[in-house]
Design a protein around this ligand. Structure first.
Ligand code: ZN
Ligand code: ZN
Length: 146
């Protein structure tokens, strides 16, 4: 595996900011999400990390992700009804999901997403936003043209 770009301390601090105690497994999972903006599934994360941490189980990956989501350190994307995908939450952003190949890309809007908040009746407290578009990526769109 290639050298990691994010230091242990950075990952540890990121977790601490979300009140998550850093363990070897949690740091590994969080680091993976921070370094790969590919919206991996539990299986993908497990397959990648298992090489380096043979003691890691799929259940641990699943439970770690669940904790990270609960603490607001990661989010679970439910765009794909076959698999849950995970993402680190650094900046809020929207997603585009290609229903043909399953690719998910980030869409950043400097003006922020979820400007529907002020349309909510009084008393509602927003704690999470999921905004996504679905359709075809350029590759799949060109294939289906003819
Ligand atoms: Zn596609
Ligand atoms: Zn994303």
């Amino acid at each position: 595996m290639k050298q990691n770009k994010i230091s242990d301390k950075e990952v540890y601090d990121y977790l601490a900011n979300h009140e998550v105690k850093g363990s070897v497994q949690r740091i590994a999972v969080m680091r993976y999400l921070l370094e790969h903006h590919t919206h991996p599934t539990v299986d993908e994360i497990f397959t990648e990390l298992h090489e380096d941490i043979p003691t890691l189980s799929k259940t641990t990956v699943y439970n770690t992700l669940k904790l990270l989501v609960e603490q607001g350190a990661a989010m679970m994307l439910t765009i794909d009804d076959k698999n849950a995908h995970y993402d680190a939450v650094k900046e809020s952003h929207a997603h585009f999901f290609c229903y043909n190949c399953g690719k998910i890309i980030d869409i950043y809007n400097p003006e922020g997403i979820g400007d529907y908040e002020h349309k909510l009746p009084d008393g509602y407290k927003v704690q999470g936003i999921q905004l996504y578009y679905t359709g075809l990526c350029p590759k799949c769109a060109s294939k289906t043209k003819n």
